[in-house]
Structures are given as C-alpha cells and as structure tokens.
Design a protein around this ligand. Structure first.
Ligand SMILES: Nc1ncnc2c1ncn2[C@@H]1O[C@H](COP(=O)(O)OP(=O)(O)OP(=O)(O)O)[C@@H](O)[C@H]1O
Ligand SMILES: [Mg+2]
Length: 529
C-alpha cells in the first residue's frame, strides 16, 4: 500500500513538472497543440478507444445522441444508484412516464455481449457562439463511450444498432399513444396532414378485457408474433401487415379490444371514418400518411360503405385504382354529395367512379398500396358479419376473425375482478353456481354486466345479488320471447299449409290442369328468377 502511494506521489510530481514546463517553455498559442500531442501519445499506450457522440452534429440534432440518452435512461433506472450516484429525472409533455437520465459529467457502466463499456455524459459551457441559423444551446453536451481496443469495430456497430432499436422501443413506451382521425374530411392541416391527432389515453388492456381466456392468449401471441416478425415477413416475401375482423353484438368489447391491442403493442391508432372519404384516391392518400407501428381501424364496416353491390362497382374501381379517373379534382360532383350507403359504390352520371368502392378498400388493405409502410395492423369491426361481402371475408383477407360474444362465465369472473375486486372464492358457492347456470341463457353483453356492477360497486354483495337478478330476468324474458316466436312461426307454418293445400283436399293433379302455369306462379311467389 505504501508503495502504491509513493508511486502515485511521484506520478503527480512528474505531471506537475510537465505542466509547469509547458507553461514556461511553450508559448500560449502552441499549448493546445502540445496538449493534443500528449493526448495522442497517451492514447497510443491506452488500452481503450473513446468515441464521442455530440448532441449537435454541425447544426443538426444528432439522432444517435438522443438514442443513447434514451437507452441510458433505461439502463440508469434499472441499475438505479448502484453505478451512478446522481440521476436526472424528466417528464415529457403529454407523457405520464418519468425518465431517468445520466446527470451531467457522470458515468455509467454497461455490458454488451459480455464486453464492459463505460459511458460518460460530458457537459461543458459553449465558449464562442458561432454563427448559426438557429439558436444553439448554451451548453455543449455529448456522450463519450469508452470501449476496450481489442474489441472489433463490428461489436461497436452492433452495440450502436442495439441502442438505436432499444431507444425506439423506449420512446414508444414512454410516449402516450396517439389517436388519429380523418374527421376533417379530405382537407389538410397547415403541415399538409390529413389526420388530426389527440393523445390516446384509453385504459383498456388485455387484463381488463372480459373474453374467453384461450382466445385472449391466442390473440396476444398473434400480436406479439406479428410485432417481432420482421425477419419472418421479409423471408417469406409477405407485406408486414395483419388484418383482424372483430364481430359480435354491440357492447361485447370490440372497441375495447382495439384499445387493448394498441396498449399491448404501443402502437398509435388511426380511426378511419370511411363516410368522410370521398374517393378511392383520397383513401390511398390517407393510407400513405399513416405511420408504421400503427393500427388502422374501420369501425362498423357494414354501415360505413355499401359493400354488397360489388359487381356494379368493380369495373370503375379498377379504373380508380390505377389513379386515372378518380381524385378530388376530377370528381367535383361527389364533393357535396355527402356520405351514406346510397352514395358510395355508385357511378356518377358520366360513368366515372368518383366514390369509394369495395375494391378501393381492398386495395387499401391488401393491394400494393397497403405496403407503402410497414408493421401495420388493419382492424375492421362489425355487428353484422352476415352483411359483409364474401370478398372481405375470404381467407387470407383478414388474417383473424374474432367473435366477441355475450358475457360467458370466464368473462364474468374477469368483470367481477375488475369492478368489485373479488374472485370466485369471495362469492358464496350457491350464488356462484346460480350465476354459472344462468349466464349463458341470459345472453347479456359485458357492457350490460358492467353497468350493473358499476352502479352497485360500493356494496359487493348487493352488486352480485342485483347482477344475478338481472341475469335471471333476462334469461326468463329470452325464454318467453323464444317460446312466443316458436308459436308464431308454427302458426304461420300452419296457415301456409292450409293455403297451399287444394280446396278438395285430395292434392292430386287432374287431367286438364294448367301444370306449367301453376309452377310458374309458385316460382314467382318464391322469388325465383
Ligand atoms: N369484453 C369486454 N371486456 C371488458 N369491458 C367490456 C367488454 N365489452 C364491453 N365492455 C364495456 O362496455 C363498454 C362498451 O364496450 P365497447 O365499446 O368495447 O363495445 P363494442 O363491442 O365496441 O360495441 P359497439 O358494437 O356498439 O361499438 C366499454 O366501455 C367497456 O367498459
Ligand atoms: Mg365499438
């Protein structure tokens, strides 16, 4: 120990000697160059390489600096005070997340593929204000990366790529999602953007979503596979996109599922209001202005556009897909026509297709234009799947069809946990059995169940009792309705049979009867062409 201190003292002495020597012998204007020379000499003998990443690269912001800052913020928060005593804390506008950062002139160690590296955050006052078109910060900031010389350049490249990727992930996680809408119609904002956005704060997650647990896991895995599937999509030559069709009665959680998907993946949502889109080319422009890592949603697709008369619109839409006939400037007639089921899909007086068609929509989701970005999910919702054109339903078009059903017993357990904070074990056995027995017959939506639970959430016993009552009443009403319907159907059948049977009651065809005429009449009655 004593020897170490002696060596250190002599080293300090040597350094002090050299410093005095430089100050006395070397003229001030050469001092900087001499110091640089010494630094180079020192670097030759050093086992480390140093890389500087400055905040501003010339006059532009250095993206790598921002990425490193974000990456180190997560490293700093995970290793907390173990390697660094001082951390800076920030919270961005519109964000509810607090970010840790490396304090000025502090350092942090990291390990990449088993290789230790050290980051230092260097902040110095900016000395001379050089001329710039934009005001420069008063401080000069940069990160210095120290890495062992024996590690090759490939490692550095991989490490920086890893940091950039990680930073993107953190950025998405930290920022609140954005919900975009095209409710302004075709008009653009000052930046030429057709979408308006607001922070997306929907709290729905897969944990709070009441649905079949198996299906939930399947959808979550599918989403994760999609998000991590860049390599797979590249290898198989498929566009990196996925389509989901959510269908089921109102109040079964289709919109909640979309919010859960966005929160699960950290994607933005583009809520496409089809009734605000006038032409196929407008639709394409909207698509081109969406970002990757987003969910493009068309809610109530059966109500948004007349998708059934496909034959009528097919020819025209091919024209518009080629970009020759449609476009706002070429379709003034449509501009004031207003949306609605009667309008879309029709040809105008000149025979041009100046409106949005099914094939335009399919080009949007499926055709070449759908690939003008990547990592995008299309979600369509409908309450009436039977109303959709088979072209939309055929396999491969929408990758997953998800039926959002009435509240089942497993879903009920999730809602009880969400709203009342209770599990099965907290409910009396016979009440639980009654709930299980009546839930399917009641066909109550999760929205209806939630209403009952919210109303009584201050008193759990009362909430469960009221829910059971509501379920029983609903099940009984359905049973009565069903019986009545069967009776009406039977009566109608009976009446029809009585009308169909020949007056003499024999039913036999006699000579001279107009057989052909009778068949024709019957066919007409049945609506056969
Ligand atoms: N499966 C569910 N899990 C949890 N909550 C649900 C579920 N379904 C409905 N809810 C509750 O009911 C409300 C309405 O649900 P949501 O808007 O998601 O239904 P929807 O299927 O989109 O209905 P619509 O077809 O009318 O658009 C939500 O705010 C949510 O609180
Ligand atoms: Mg909805």
């Amino acid at each position: 120990m004593k020897e170490l201190w002696t060596t250190m003292a002599s080293l300090m002495g040597v350094l002090a000697f050299f410093q005095t020597l430089i100050h006395t012998v070397v003229p001030p204007e050469l001092r900087f160059a001499v110091l640089k020379l010494f630094q180079r000499l020192f670097n030759c003998f050093s086992a480390y390489c140093y890389y500087e990443i400055t905040e501003i690269d010339g006059v532009n912001t250095n993206e790598l600096y921002n990425a490193v800052q974000l990456y180190l913020s997560s490293a700093a928060s995970s290793s907390a005070f173990t390697s660094s005593n001082r951390l800076s804390l920030t919270r961005g506008l519109n964000s509810s997340v607090i970010t840790y950062g490396l304090a000025n002139n502090d350092r942090l160690s990291d390990v990449f593929r088993g290789v230790p590296v050290v980051w230092e955050h260097i902040v110095t006052p900016r000395q001379s204000q050089t001329f710039s078109w934009r005001p420069m910060p008063e401080e000069k900031r940069g990160f210095t990366l120290r890495i062992n010389k024996k590690n090759n350049a490939q490692l550095l490249k991989d490490y920086l790529e890893f940091i950039t990727e990680k930073a993107g992930e953190i950025r998405r996680k930290n920022q609140d999602r954005l919900l975009y809408t095209n409710s302004r119609g075709g008009s653009l904002d000052s930046r030429g953007h057709p979408w308006e956005s607001v922070p997306f704060k929907h709290p729905s997650t897969f944990d709070t979503l009441a649905m079949d647990p198996m299906m939930k896991v399947q959808i979550m895995c599918d989403l994760s596979d999609f998000a991590n599937g860049e390599e797979f999509y590249k290898r198989t030559g498929r566009a990196w996109k996925r389509g989901y069709l959510l269908y089921g009665p109102p109040g079964t959680g289709k919109s909640s599922m979309i919010a859960a998907m966005a929160n699960h993946l950290g994607y933005d949502i583009y809520d496409l209001e089809l009734t605000e889109v006038n032409t196929n080319s407008e639709l394409r422009k909207l698509l081109m202005k969406t970002s990757s890592k987003s969910i493009i949603v068309i809610e109530d697709i059966d109500c948004s556009i007349n998708l059934t008369n496909r034959k009528k619109t097919n020819g025209g839409s091919l024209e518009s897909a080629s970009g020759k006939r449609s476009g706002p400037s070429e379709s003034p007639g449509r501009a004031g026509a207003g949306p609605g089921p009667a309008g879309p899909g029709d040809l105008d007086g000149n025979g041009n297709n100046n409106s949005i068609t099914l094939s335009g929509l399919l080009n949007f989701t499926d055709g070449l234009w759908s690939c003008c970005g990547s990592e995008r999910i299309f979600v369509f919702t409908t309450n009436h799947i039977e109303k959709l054109d088979p072209a939309l339903l055929r396999s491969g078009r929408m990758d997953m069809h998800v039926f959002m059903s009435y509240c089942s017993f497993p879903s009920l357990k999730i809602l009880l946990k969400n709203y009342l904070g209770i599990d099965e074990v907290d409910i009396e056995k016979d009440v639980l059995d009654e709930l299980a027995a009546v839930i399917d017959a009641a066909e109550m939506t999760p929205a209806d169940v939630s209403e009952v639970l919210i109303k009584n959430r201050r008193d759990n016993d009362r909430a469960v009792k009221e829910l059971l009552e509501a379920l029983k009443t609903r099940a009984e009403k359905r049973r009565v309705d069903m019986r009545r319907r069967v009776e009406v159907e039977e009566a109608e059948e009976e009446e029809k049979r009585a009308l169909d049977s020949p007056k003499d009651g024999s039913g036999a065809v006699k000579c001279g009867d107009d057989v052909e005429g009778d068949y024709k009449k019957g066919d007409e009655d049945n609506g056969v062409d």
